[in-house]
Design a protein around this ligand. Structure first.
Ligand SMILES: Cc1cc2nc3c(=O)[nH]c(=O)nc-3n(C[C@H](O)[C@H](O)[C@H](O)COP(=O)(O)OP(=O)(O)OC[C@H]3O[C@@H](n4cnc5c(N)ncnc54)[C@H](O)[C@@H]3O)c2cc1C
Length: 370
């Protein structure tokens, strides 16, 4: 039997890899989280909406439905205990046409099946009493939705891992792994001081690089590596006073929750993300895209002044489906999927990955039998 340098190696120090490191550390394992960048949280986890999702929409029985609700229930107490800024501001799902009113009933029913707390139907007058600048036919309220400081959250996770005798090792790319015959892995790490580590468990949570990382694990069946698609989402910022206190979401579009409104923790209004499929990791925001944003936003906020939107930032979703394909679930693949004991490989951790992260950590530990 090999002697192990660490009980577990986790690839990727985004919100999900760090939450997995935390879950394993809490079980008494010595964990090394390998991150190729100079700092934690520089990937998908730094380019998103920072919304704590209620868990309304996800299909019955999916990992997204279960882990979003479980993750949210774990996340608020974690943020409170670690003094990470957050605002349980609530969210309105708004119907701006008679056709969308019928969709609210479906969303409310799915939220009930998903065990989301506190959901209620609001008339136009009730919604406008809460948010006077809102235009809508009817709405749903989700009081458990909120916003948070995702970077503060990741720093808190790093602190917890280090307090549990683990290490977050920066500037250290994972370059490959070979399973030992008797169990465990030899892991090859690059960077300035390339090293080889032996560990009992290996977990890959490298976001947009999930497919490339899995391909560098000897024995990982190529047929079990899903295709990768990049789903870019762009944001525009309002130059002016934030019009609403709550999150405002029209019903979801195919493949994403759609462009929504949030007031960030600094009090500024942000709109986005849209969804466009791209071939490269290009984070630019074309100012010309503003025209579509004005049209869309004015359906629920007719008071949006001309010239008030400024290009802000973009994020890229690690999608497993193309534009016309059904949206698949998270993939948290254990040995039953790829045949390698002691390995969990994550794919397609797009939204609601941040909200779900603590529950993904627990689920990953369970898949390892821990
Ligand atoms: C536009 C957009 C909006 C979103 N909004 C929300 C939201 O409001 N709420 C929500 O819950 N979710 C949201 N999400 C989803 C959420 O952001 C992601 O699910 C989550 O951040 C994924 O975290 P991660 O740790 O898996 O990936 P990442 O944060 O990308 O972390 C992966 C890490 O692995 C590292 N890495 C890659 N390759 C290697 C290697 N070979 N060796 C070492 N390290 C490596 C990367 O550098 C990176 O730091 C959104 C996503 C997008 C794109």
């Amino acid at each position: 039997m090999a002697e192990f340098d660490f009980d577990a190696v986790v690839v990727g120090a985004g919100a999900v890899g760090l939450a997995i490191g935390y879950a394993l550390g809490r079980r008494g394992l010595a964990v090394a989280v390998l991150e190729r960048e100079k700092a934690i949280g520089q990937g998908v986890s730094s380019r998103n909406s920072e919304v704590i999702h209620g868990g309304l929409y996800y299909p019955t029985g999916s990992l997204k439905a279960r882990l979003c609700v479980e993750g949210r229930r774990l996340l608020y107490p974690f943020l409170e205990a670690h003094h990470v800024a957050h605002d349980r501001c609530g969210k309105l799902v708004v119907a701006t046409s008679p056709e969308e009113v019928a969709r609210l009933d479906d969303i409310l029913e799915q939220a009930r099946v998903n065990d989301v707390e506190g959901m209620a139907r609001l008339s136009k007058a009730e919604a406008q009493a809460l948010e006077p600048e809102l235009a809508c036919e009817a709405a749903l309220i989700s009081p458990e939705s909120g916003v948070f400081d995702s970077h503060g959250y990741m720093l808190a996770l790093q602190g917890e891992i280090e307090a549990c005798v683990g290490a977050v090792v920066l500037s250290t790319p994972f370059e490959g792994a070979t399973p030992f015959a008797g169990g465990g892995f030899e892991v090859r790490a690059g960077g300035q001081d390339p090293a080889t580590l032996a560990c009992r468990y290996l977990v890959t949570a490298p976001g947009l690089s999930a497919q490339g990382v899995a391909a560098r694990i000897d024995g990982f069946p190529p047929t079990r590596i899903p295709p990768v698609h990049y789903g870019k989402g762009r944001y525009f910022r309002l130059t002016g006073k934030a019009p609403f206190a709550r999150l405002i979401y029209p019903p979801p579009i195919h493949g994403a929750l759609g462009t929504h409104y949030r007031r960030d923790l600094g009090g500024q209004a942000v709109f986005g993300p849209d969804l466009i499929y791209v071939d490269a990791l290009d984070y630019s925001v074309d100012p010309a895209a503003a025209a579509g944003f004005y049209k869309y936003i004015r359906k629920f906020w007719p008071g949006l002044p001309d010239g008030a939107l400024a290009p802000d930032y973009a994020g890229i979703r690690p999608k497993l489906h193309g534009p016309d394909e059904p949206q698949p679930d998270f993939r948290i693949d254990g040995p039953e999927a790829h045949g390698i004991d002691g390995l969990v490989a994550l794919f397609g951790i797009e939204s609601p990955g941040l909200t779900s992260s603590l529950a993904i950590g627990e689920e990953t530990a369970a898949r390892l039998g821990l």
